[in-house]
Design a protein around this ligand. Structure first.
Ligand code: PGA
Length: 248
C-alpha cells in the first residue's frame, strides 16, 4: 500500500480547552505508512508541538503571511511557524480566499512556506461550480501552475514533497461531494501538471470537502487519490478515529 496522508483541518471550531483535549487524545493511524497531519488553530501551535513531541503525528499551520518579517500587522511569519515545529502549511484554502483570492498573493504565501522549509498543502478548487463541467480540469491546472510560477519567481527551491488538495468550493461544509469519475479525472490532471512542472518531486493529491465516515472509504480508494483533507468531521476526535479505522 502506498503512503496515504490524512489531514485534519480543525479550522476555528474548537475553544482552547477543547482543542487541548482533542490533542491529548490524538487519533492513531493503522498503518506505519499512513501519515496524520493536524492543522490546529494558530494559537495552539506551540502547545501542539509539546503534546505531539513523542508521537508520529505531524502538524502544521492553516495559513501564513505572504510576506516575510516587517510591518505586516496581524500576519504570521512562515519562518516562525517553522521555528515552532510546523512541518506543513496550508495555502489558498477557500475560506481564506474569500478574504483574498489573488493568485499573486497565494503564490507569495507559497514562496514564504518554501523559504521557511515547510511543505505546502496547496488547495485548488476555489469557485468552481458544478455546471462548469468539462473545462474544470484545465482551469484548475492553470490556476495551480500560475500560483507555482508566481512562487518560483521568488527564487525559492521546490519542496521535495508537494501536497495538492482538490477541494471544490461547493463541497466544503455542505455535505455534497463530486462523483468519483470527476475526482479521478481532476486528480489525474493535477498529478500530470505537477509532474510536468516539478519532475523530481513527489506529489500527493488529496481530496477535501465534506469527507465523513460514510464516504471516506470510497474516496480514499479512488485511483490517483493519495489522502483526505477533513474539516468539520475531524473536530470530533472519535469521529476522526472512526474515519481512519474505516480506511482499512
Ligand atoms: P469540511 O472542510 O470537511 O468541513 O467540508 C474541508 C476543508 O475545508 O478543508
Amino acid at each position: 500500500m502506498h503512503k496515504r496522508i490524512i489531514i485534519a483541518n480543525l479550522k476555528a471550531y474548537l475553544a482552547p480547552h477543547d482543542e487541548q483535549t482533542w490533542l491529548q487524545n490524538i487519533p492513531r493511524t493503522n498503518h506505519a505508512d499512513d501519515r496524520l497531519v493536524v492543522l490546529p488553530s494558530s494559537l495552539s501551535i506551540p502547545h501542539t508541538r509539546e503534546l505531539l513531541s513523542n508521537t508520529t503525528t505531524f502538524f502544521g499551520s492553516q495559513s501564513c503571511g505572504a510576506y516575510g518579517r516587517g510591518a505586516y500587522t496581524g500576519q504570521i511569519v512562515a519562518e516562525d511557524l517553522a521555528a515552532y515545529g510546523c512541518t506543513y502549511c496550508l495555502v489558498g484554502h477557500s475560506e481564506q480566499r474569500t478574504l483574498n483570492n489573488n493568485i499573486e498573493y497565494i503564490g507569495d504565501q507559497l514562496a514564504q512556506v518554501l523559504k521557511a522549509g515547510m511543505r505546502p498543502i496547496l488547495c485548488i478548487g476555489y469557485g468552481m461550480r458544478k455546471e462548469d463541467g468539462i473545462s474544470i480540469a484545465s482551469l484548475l491546472c492553470d490556476e495551480m501552475l500560475a500560483i507555482m510560477t508566481r512562487a518560483f519567481s521568488h527564487e525559492v527551491h521546490p519542496t521535495p514533497e508537494l501536497i495538492l488538495a482538490y477541494e471544490p468550493h461547493w463541497a466544503i461544509g455542505t455535505g455534497l461531494t463530486p462523483d468519483s469519475e470527476h475526482i479521478i479525472h481532476i486528480a489525474d490532471k493535477l498529478h500530470a501538471a505537477a509532474q510536468q512542472l516539478l519532475p523530481s518531486n513527489r506529489t500527493f493529491v488529496v481530496y477535501g470537502g465534506s469527507v465523513n465516515s460514510h464516504n471516506c472509504k470510497e474516496l480514499i480508494d479512488l485511483p490517483s487519490i493519495d489522502g483526505l483533507l477533513i474539516g468539520k468531521a475531524s473536530t470530533n476526535g472519535q469521529e476522526l478515529q472512526n474515519i481512519i479505522n474505516l480506511l482499512g
